[in-house]
Design a protein around this ligand. Sequence first.
Ligand SMILES: C[S@@+](CC[C@H](N)C(=O)[O-])C[C@H]1O[C@@H](n2cnc3c(N)ncnc32)[C@H](O)[C@@H]1O
Length: 218
Amino acid sequence: MKTNEDSRHPNLPPMGAQDFSEIEDWPGYFGAVLGKGARDTLIGALNSFEQEGFKNGFAVDLAAGEGRDSLELLRRNWSVLATDNHPEAFPFLWARVPEKLKSQLTTKEVSFCDMEFPDCDLVNASFALPFCEPTHFQVLWNKIVASIRPGGRFSGQFFGKRDSWASISNRSHHSQEEVLELLNGFEIEMMREEERDDPPELRKPKHWQIFHIVAKKN
Ligand SMILES: C[S@@+](CC[C@H](N)C(=O)[O-])C[C@H]1O[C@@H](n2cnc3c(N)ncnc32)[C@H](O)[C@@H]1O
């Protein structure tokens, strides 16, 4: 499809990560973001743990994709269960894990609706939850909350209802009030709302409304 479209419109900018995300072409997305650094929300959560003197925890990296955040967790000597439902995600991750850290990583191919969460210190869900079908969202969220120990953290993103992709039927988008309701029982350490329009020169400019979250469970 990409090839045909490009040959019909030779002046279109190349597909970027967001174009692959929109159509859920995950291998395309993995290739487009490969080598990018860990998400700010994960860094914020890990820094908060370190400020408390807590090290070497156990994290679930939900919908880890090509593994940018899992790599950072491993680099900081955490143990990681990285999950994703796309079979092409984990080879990107394993290929970049230093030999001495491999024993700290487990990967599991599983969909949001079939997730079983072990007890953990951190659930990291970077740009993941909006891709959960609305019918499965609340059960998934309940499992996330139950798995995090008191004093543990959630880091990740929710997409708002004013985001262009809110109209895509299999996506889960939340208003600020709904996000706050979901985080009941957590102390919110970061809630940064990003709302902006893409510049027109992008291939398919969209409106973004993202809530970047770090929250500590009471
Ligand atoms: C936008 S990417 C985010 C990847 C990575 N966490 C990051 O921050 O770049 C969304 C990820 O969700 C995964 N995904 C999509 N639908 C899923 C589902 N139903 N169950 C589990 N993972 C899913 C995709 O394979 C992809 O890796």
